[in-house]
Every structure is written in structure tokens, then in C-alpha cells.
Design a protein around this ligand. Sequence first.
Ligand SMILES: [Zn+2]
Length: 113
Amino acid sequence: MSEQEKKNPANSVFALSRPSRCFGCDTKLVVDDIVKLNSKNEDEKEVLCRKCAGLDALEILRSGNAQITRLAKKYSKQHFVILKWSELWKTYERQGLLVEADALSRAKKDAKK
Ligand SMILES: [Zn+2]
């Protein structure tokens, strides 16, 4: 994780590593659902589903294609880094990005050129 991301946790979302419930609408959430965590204090965190967090218009871009990732980041007005807790490594692993749908399709198109 870069220094910038550590200082700016508002730009991170999380892929659940265990089932949960949305604090806002009580929807059941399953593993790998994308959520936003609002820290109330050290121990308590509110889990918000993509809809409640206002992120349902954004699309998931899995890590793997460096060119598409770079272009999507450039085209998207906002993007969030998707992190998932790894029990094995005891650290957050980067899963990909949440970007605007338009930016993603534009990036995919441009990457083929
Ligand atoms: Zn919700």
C-alpha cells in the first residue's frame, strides 16, 4: 500500500472476507461483496453495502491487466482501491479497483489499440 493510500483511507473499499449485514439497509452480504467501512471508533465499524455507500454505479476492475488499470484510473473521475483481509498473510491484499462504468469500457477499448 502506498503512502498516499495510507493517508487517505476514504479511497478504499473492502471485499468481505466473511459474511456480514449492511448497517444501512440490513441486506445480507456474502464473502467478496464490496462494502465501505465507516469507523465509529477503534473497535466498531459500520459495514455499508455498495448501494448505501453510493457506489452502486461503479464497476469492479480486478487486478491483473496493468494497462487497463492505468487507463481506467486516468479516465474515471473517482476510483476506489478494493482491499481484502487475508487471514493467511494477516494483511490487506489489493483485489482491484472500483471505477466508473464509462471509464472502464473506454479503458478496455483503448487498451486493445
Ligand atoms: Zn445497504
